[in-house]
Design a binder for this molecule. Structure first.
Ligand code: SF4
Length: 181
């Protein structure tokens, strides 16, 4: 019943696809963390990124408090997918939708944990590491920062990872417990 009501509300949002997964099926991989460390310029610059989010094992334990995961995707068309700046600019719309959906889940479930895209950009300059996060309730670490591959989530959920040559596809995941209000 609760799920029906939730899905009715979700249907009015511009989501491309969604899936419900079990947390126990998700892999938390140290090798994803190694990529953050070696290849991402955001590493060590935000509360939403490693190392601030904790070890991959700590991330797995945080997620394991929840049995269920709602994974969803949105898309945005760009003129040229190789134009990284234009492709990344489409992310903010996905983040807005992620916030809306998180708030929706928070109305139905006592506790939730949201992972989204890239690193948090709520503040002009992140307070990391000198002061605590200014908006811990609205800050969503990125899926990869927890050692999770977005391609893995898409595959588990039977969702499309690629949606066209000039189409950017964004994914977020909301951990929750379906049977606890
Ligand atoms: S809310 Fe602000 S302080 Fe917290 S992670 Fe985001 S940018 Fe950093």
């Amino acid at each position: 019943m609760k799920q029906d009501m939730l899905e009715e509300e979700l249907a009015s949002l511009p989501i491309l696809q969604w899936a419900y997964l079990k947390t126990e099926r998700i892999s938390f991989l140290d090798r994803v963390r190694t990529i953050c460390e070696q290849e991402c310029s955001r590493y060590g610059t935000s509360w939403s990124c490693p190392p601030a989010v904790g070890t991959v094992e700590e991330c797995r334990q945080r997620c394991s408090r929840f049995k269920d995961v709602f994974v969803f995707s949105t898309i945005a068309e760009v003129e040229d997918i190789t134009d990284m700046k234009a492709a990344l600019a489409t992310r903010m719309e996905h983040e807005k939708i992620t916030k809306q959906i998180t708030e929706l889940f928070q109305r139905y479930f006592k506790e939730t944990l949201t992972l989204s895209t890239e690193s948090c950009e709520l503040c002009k300059k992140c307070s990391y590491p000198t002061a605590p996060c200014r908006h811990p309730d609205q800050m969503y670490p990125c899926v990869e920062s927890y050692g999770i591959l977005v391609t893995d989530l898409a595959e588990l959920g039977g969702m499309d990872f690629m949606n066209g040559s000039n189409v950017v596809t964004w994914f977020s995941a909301i951990f929750h417990n379906l049977d606890i209000n």
